[in-house]
Design a binder for this molecule. Sequence first.
Ligand code: CS2
Length: 492
Amino acid sequence: MIVLSPALSRGSVPRHLLTLDHKPSAAGIVHLGLGNFHRAHQAVYTAQAGGWGILGVASRSATVADTLNAQDGLYSVLELSPAGSSISVPGVHTGAIVAAHDPAAVVAAIAAEDTRIVSMTVTEHGYCMDPSTHRLALDHPGIVADLNNLAPVTVIGQLARALEVRAATHGRPITVLNCDNMQSNGAQTRSLILEFLQAANSKAEDWIAANVSFPNSMVDRIVPATTDAYRASAYELLGVQDSITAPAEPFTMWVMEDRFAAGRPAWERAGAVFSDDVEAYELIKLRLLNGTHSLIAYLGALDGRATIPEARAQDFIEAAARAVLEDEYLPSISLPDGFDVEAYVDSLFQRWSNDALGHRTQQVGTDGSVKLPQRVPEPAVRLLAKGIMPEHLALTVAAWLCCVVPPNGFDPGPHARAMVDPARDRLVAGSPVPLAQEALTRFFPAELAQSNEFVQRVAEYVAVIRTDGVRAAAREAARSRTPHQPQASPAA
Ligand code: CS2
């Protein structure tokens, strides 16, 4: 007889693993994007802070939402490192809904009187932004539909319409908290919403100015996608089944501005930092971590490496990662006072070596056409203006192109082929120069796309990868790099 072990629920969960003993009675927070990152990051901080609950909104797929509802709002966070693994169950969700099935319910939830924070992790992809201008893409089919429809399908449409409803009904203030890897994410969300409302001839702008805050935030935790191997480890630690366990590294960080229009959980109890210097932390994270991560992922995938730790262990990839980080990303950032950059960089290389986690190159490489424009352009433009070619940023863009729009006759390997990217349908493989020009024009700000030298350099790296392979391209970048010369500090 086969005995099936029970699924996670409030009845079956080992009590000592549960952060919140009781399901929160009210939500207070509506969160858009119920993916692993939210479940292993913000939800953990919110459970540890206590006193607040979260209504989760999944974008399209019902898998996580249905399971979360069936499990009384529970799922586990599986923390993995070479030093060992542990598990916990936050228990902070009051329920979950699916936006694609019921967009009107999403608007109603954000507009509800008791909702005091609406937060988002919908990836860079979810904001319908024109990459060359950073403005709302008014020709995006979802935005076009939302401007004519009362049950919006895009996140910006949902937020804008819900704020209109709040303004026209009870008028209670609310905070919109973007937790995605975007530069000035709060300010950027505010402009996208206002652009939407302007295009919709809405009158809510003055109410928003007085009643809605958009703090900037920097979020950080490496959180892979769930696989059967993680489910099996979760089962060993929990003793019950949890198909939606969220694997994560031990490291976690959250820095945000303390501008909450209607109160907030005591997230500092869980280690969150409130700071006026968030933008500096955002740039550190977006460039040193995310930017370098992208290069490791593309070089790794092209070299046949399935995971970030396997990629990072290749000497040529470690050297390229250090070069892009030190020569090209770091000089573009003003570090906050007292920030120990050496310790930070050491911790990054350690985090990328976490082979118990096995974060996949395919996952980090996915959606490069919306991620790279948040990471590469400003540092590249800055060096180009000084007459320095950012060799490893050009290599990043070239390696991305070789993964997602491989030159004819070039096989980028299984990890690159598995990367999902909207660019696959929008770019056509061809000669390197027109391909590089088209890619930069479509997906990057004009300032970078207009640099002929950068376009040429990207194309040259594409050509080297195609004919001689990724290791030869990395050797070429290492030979051509201009090491960063720190400014001599004034004599004491
Ligand atoms: C990664 C991030 O997929 C990616 O592009 O760089 O998801 C990264 O793991 C997180 O931002 C870490 O906080």
